[in-house]
Design a protein around this ligand. Structure first.
Ligand code: FAD
Ligand code: SF4
Length: 326
């Protein structure tokens, strides 16, 4: 690991001032992704700004929305009564991520900002446009079993790895941000990016902006929800595909639906066309199969990941069945 200096910030202003002064500085929260990247030589920040003392840890109901501080730990959020009562889908998604030890260190802000788990990105002997713009992509002609089937570009086919973010895009969360120009709010679906010509950029946060929290509006999705994660082994693995499913059902009719997928695109992938097919319908396996077919119409698999298309369809049907309890 390269040498770096370390400073601890106790106010948001101090953290933002510190990062604005230094081109090669990074915030560090739980360190569970950043330190991995530093150890593998993907990143070599000269200065780390520790943000663990910042006062963004609260989990509260405010103006009918659930507000979760960016420094709250993944384990605390998953276990919190307000989260389990108002947004059980988020709790389920968090518990599907990583291991208990990691969830005890990982923060909400850090989880949103974690980088792709593409193995070529972590292998500094391989070309990677995300790590070194213009160097090429090892995955496109390589082993791309874990890679995207939606929204990829000819520069990068990596997927976004977070479980939590899949639930947050389904729940229409908002990201709360502060920076040198003040505060701003970013709809969750606009926070992460597709790779296009700039795969090195994972999201729309400026380098000197700090995530302070997320806000999740009240919703009817408190009962019929399910987060399904399909992975190569039972614990401690990133998703091959995952599905966040939420239904509002009354009198055997679906009044509202939310569907999003992980492990399939460079960003949390919301399935709005598929959601629309469910409205006004009965919660049956047949209607869920129609939604799954619509959801995968734009899929473009690569040499080693064509299996993800039927896997995604079957996972959508299963997640909806579990959510509807049929
Ligand atoms: C072995 C292993 C298995 C894992 N499995 C899963 C899994 O199955 N599912 C899953 O979702 N995740 C998984 N993870 C990833 C883990 O959830 C993330 O590493 C973690 O959430 C990152 O949070 P952190 O607080 O440790 O971030 P850090 O590592 O401290 O930071 C990550 C990045 O976020 C930036 N950052 C942190 N906080 C802020 C903020 N408030 N504002 C702006 N920038 C910020 C940092 O500068 C850094 O660039 C796994 C990780 C490991 C090591
Ligand atoms: S898929 Fe993206 S992250 Fe992976 S090697 Fe290609 S450019 Fe790099």
């Amino acid at each position: 690991m390269n040498q770096f200096s370390y400073v601890r910030a106790t106010t948001a202003k101090a953290a933002i001032d510190a990062i604005s002064k230094d081109k090669n500085a990074r915030f560090i929260a739980g360190g569970t992704n950043l330190l991995d990247l530093m150890k593998s030589g993907v990143l070599a920040p000269e200065r780390l700004i520790d943000i663990n003392r910042l006062p963004f840890k609260d989990i509260i109901l405010q103006n009918n929305s659930l507000h979760i501080g960016a420094m709250a730990l993944n384990s605390e959020v998953a276990a919190h009564e307000l989260v389990k009562t108002h947004h059980p889908l988020l709790s389920q998604a968090l518990l599907a991520g990583a291991s208990q030890q990691l969830r005890n260190m990982a923060t909400i802000g850090g989880n949103m900002m974690q980088r792709t788990r593409c193995s070529y990105f972590y292998d500094t002997s391989m070309p990677c446009n995300k790590r070194t713009p213009g160097s090429g992509c090892g995955a496109i002609g390589g082993i791309n079993r874990m890679h995207a089937i939606f929204g990829a570009s000819d520069q990068c086919i990596a997927v976004h790895p977070s479980d939590m973010c899949i639930a947050l895009v389904a729940l229409d969360a908002t990201v709360l941000v502060t920076g040198p120009k003040g505060n701003r709010r970013i709809p969750f679906g606009d926070f992460h990016r597709l790779p296009g010509d700039t795969p090195d950029k994972d999201n729309n946060l400026a380098k000197n902006e700090l995530i302070t929290g997320i806000e999740i509006p009240a919703s009817p999705f408190t009962k019929n929800v399910y987060y399904l994660k399909v992975r190569d082994r039972a614990s401690y693995a990133f998703a091959l595909v995952s599905v966040a499913a939420a239904l509002d059902i009354s009198n055997n009719t679906i009044r509202a639906a939310r569907l999003a997928m992980g492990g399939v695109a460079h960003k949390p992938w919301r399935l709005q066309e598929a959601e629309k097919t469910l409205i006004g319908k009965a919660p049956t396996a047949e209607n869920f199969r129609i939604a799954a077919t619509v959801a995968t119409q734009s899929a473009r698999p690569y040499k080693h990941n064509a299996f993800k298309v039927p896997l995604a369809q079957n996972s959508i049907v299963t997640a909806l069945q579990k959510a509807a309890a049929i």
